[in-house]
Design a protein around this ligand. Sequence first.
Ligand code: HEC
Ligand code: HEC
Ligand code: HEC
Length: 454
Amino acid sequence: MGYRKRAGLAALLGGLAAMSLVAIATPVVTRARAQGADPALVAQGAYVARASDCVACHTTPGGRPFAGGLPFVLATGTIYASNITPDAVHGIGRYTETEFARAVREGVRRDGATLYPAMPYPSYARMSDADIHALYAYFMHGVAPVAQMVRPNDVSWPMSMRWPLIFWRLLFSPSVKDAQASSDRAFSDPVVARGAYLVEGPGHCGACHTQRAVTMQETVLTAEAGTRFLAGGGAIDGWIPTSLRGENRTGLGRWSEDEIVAFLKTGRIQNGSAFGGMSDAVGHGTQHLTDADLHAIARFLKTLSPDDATQAPWTYDATLARALHSGDVSAQGARTYVDHCAACHRTDGHGYPTVFPPLAGNPVVMGASPDSLIHIVLTGDTLRATQAAPSAFVMPGFADHMSDQNVADVVSFIRKAWGNDATPVTARDVARMRKALPRGDGADSQSPTNLPLN
Ligand code: HEC
Ligand code: HEC
Ligand code: HEC
């Protein structure tokens, strides 16, 4: 498991660090167990499980699907995701459908204890009875039981008492009735309605892409609650989930519906590629959704007005590319860029679309926080294979080859070049990230061949 995170969203969702390093065996419906249950219902439940990304948190890298054990480092200690296979002793084999629905949508365990909100029940509260019914059939009949005990939580008294979580739940998690009423709100386009359901409910996109308050709840849970919904979240394991709203420079304002669909399906389009926590969301979640559902998600995202409406439209500025082309590397960071980055991302910043992402006009590069950029330059990352785009591409890490000042200069450079307009970063920012990131995180990029197609 990675490093000790500071309190906050990073801490709450901390275990996802491990996830970004190793792809996970994908669960399949085991035919034998499906016997006795309606196979169509079980298959539908498997699909709902994909759309909800249950596997991301309930499986350790290399571990059996849904057998639990993934650590979540909180400010108060470490908790471990439960075994949710149908094993009667160690898993959820004894859960009735009502108890299962209560755990998933209301965060209440079979024994009545409240779950930590690392389990995203405030979003799952929106899930329809039909989806929960199918999900239950899948977990009981389509998932293989694993008799494996999950380590007990490592939270010391008095913080280990779960009853204070009840107050959190009552304050911040909607009742199923209210959540479903909100999901049933009027939409003029049924495709957008489906997209809203998938994003706000099972997809729990806001768990990463919406800012959290100090008390850890997402500041808003739905699009109707205000423009902070999906306006960009706090760091998770040193990766910044960007805005999914209509901002021109830092959001999806310049992405078309089809481009968003292609991104969620393949993890790579001419505008950018998936990395950090988003690789997991694409890897075991969105790439498996039907085209109809991906279009629903994309069309819904395109209805979200910008939270920051002041951004001037981004246009490409060729001045710097011309200077670099003629050998002028006098701009700060330009020399480092030409020596270490341009081979893949090119001097014109356009990259090689769907192989090496562009840095010109890329919303990730212009985001308010530079943490993702510093992170990826230090540790590198792997653009993972997906079913629809089966090649992996590696971005090398530069932690061992660049000083804090070099990294600060090159990141500041890409944030200003080609019409980009984001604030510069300092060597101090880089030193802070270097301390927070685990050594050898770049192991990820050294073993691209270990990445199975999932
Ligand atoms: C973002 C991470 C995350 C996701 C996604 C997630 N869970 Fe969980 N889940 C957890 C954690 C962590 C716990 C343990 C919390 C605790 O101990 O309080 C948990 C607990 C549970 C429990 C309680 C089991 C028990 O008796 O201990 C059930 C049931 C459950 N999850 C089902 C699901 C299902 C079904 C999905 C997909 C629809 C899902 N989870 C998705 C993190 C997650
Ligand atoms: C585990 C956290 C996490 C979850 C859950 C998550 N995302 Fe992301 N997402 C990220 C991070 C981090 C980035 C920034 C890195 C990148 O661009 O891949 C991102 C980037 C994106 C981008 C590209 C934005 C850009 O400007 O490059 C899109 C589109 C996106 N997410 C859509 C979604 C949707 C839709 C969902 C829900 C189905 C979702 N995400 C769920 C973490 C997450
Ligand atoms: C060997 C080719 C290569 C080199 C050299 C390289 N990169 Fe990358 N870069 C990639 C690949 C591949 C990705 C996609 C990684 C992923 O999606 O996980 C990427 C992603 C990025 C991203 C995230 C953008 C996005 O949308 O995914 C940034 C920012 C970035 N690189 C900056 C740099 C900088 C700055 C340098 C020089 C210090 C550099 N890269 C050197 C190949 C390279």
